[in-house]
Ligand binder design. Structure first.
Ligand code: KIV
Ligand code: NA
Length: 276
């Protein structure tokens, strides 16, 4: 199998074949996602929430992202690897945005970057594309805008914001992005947008009418016991399994049941006799 390309994603949309995408933040997880044949692996800045324990994605830095992108790249052979540009890495100036996008490719080993925003990001996106770096767009509930939105809310429910989403999708398409993530958008609106742009849409909380789907891997594996958003389907519920394993380990170490003979290395008796 050869690596998934941005061209293949466009072809999939044309053939009406669904695109699959998941996040990963470390080597071992990336190996599994890659082995499962998922088209796109995103090293999301959701790293901040699910790996680093922040309440929002805003504290995540370029260095955090590069560190994890490198680990994921070492485990990825077939999936297209996309690095997620963190807050402030593409907002200050166009040269800084190009430099930071380039770090994902040159240091991180990614093949593309993703950044949040619509019309207001077109000039930045064009400059990154001009450096030969493919860009994935991301509109709807863009978590880096949480304070501007006043919370994590579904976007595009009224005429004004729905129109803005359509304009954003078209602006991103015209700028030349290879795909657009639609996050927390009403399903019928996401379907309309998907029909109106030639580039693939990848939904998260945006219904089945998108060209593909993405989920945060920790959410879909049920790795976390706390709040899970409505749009998440838990394909596994690993949290109770892991907790049970940890409790059993504690119990067996405390009782002496672990380690057993089969976990031990042997030594010739003579060596022990000659020890003192
Ligand atoms: O950071 C992330 O995981 C994302 C996806 C949810 C699209 O941006
Ligand atoms: Na993100």
């Amino acid at each position: 199998m050869s690596r998934v390309t941005t061209t293949l994603l466009r072809e999939k949309k044309a053939r009406k074949e669904k695109i699959t995408m998941l996040t990963a933040y470390d080597y071992s997880t990336a190996v599994m996602v890659d082995q499962a044949g998922i088209d796109v692996i995103l090293v999301g800045d959701s790293l901040g929430n699910v790996v680093l324990g922040y309440e929002t994605t805003l504290p995540v830095t370029m260095d955090d992202m590069i560190h994890h992108t490198r680990a994921v790249a070492r485990g990825t052979k077939n999936s297209l690897l996309v690095g997620d540009m963190p807050f402030l890495s593409y907002h200050i100036s166009i040269p800084e945005a190009v430099r930071n996008a380039g770090r994902f490719i040159q240091e991180g080993g990614a093949q593309a970057v993703k950044l949040e925003g619509g019309e207001e990001r077109v000039e930045t996106i064009k400059a990154v594309l001009d450096a030969q770096i493919p860009v994935m767009g991301h509109i709807g509930l863009t978590p880096q805008s949480v304070h501007q939105f006043g919370g994590f809310k579904v976007q595009g429910k009224d005429v004004e914001t729905a129109r803005k989403l359509v304009r954003d999708a078209k602006a991103l398409e015209a700028a030349g992005v290879f795909a657009i993530v639609l996050e927390c958008v009403p399903a019928a609106l996401a379907e309309r947008i998907t029909a109106e742009v030639s580039v693939p849409t990848i939904g998260i909380g945006a219904g089945p009418g998108c060209d593909g789907q993405v989920l945060v891997i920790n959410d879909m594996l049920g790795l976390y016991g706390g709040f899970t958003p409505k749009f998440v389907k838990k394909y596994a519920n690993l949290n109770p399994l892991i907790l049970e394993a940890l409790r059993q380990y504690k119990e067996e170490v405390e009782s002496g049941a672990f380690p057993a003979a089969e976990h031990c290395f042997a030594i010739n008796e003579e060596v022990l006799e000659k020890l003192y």
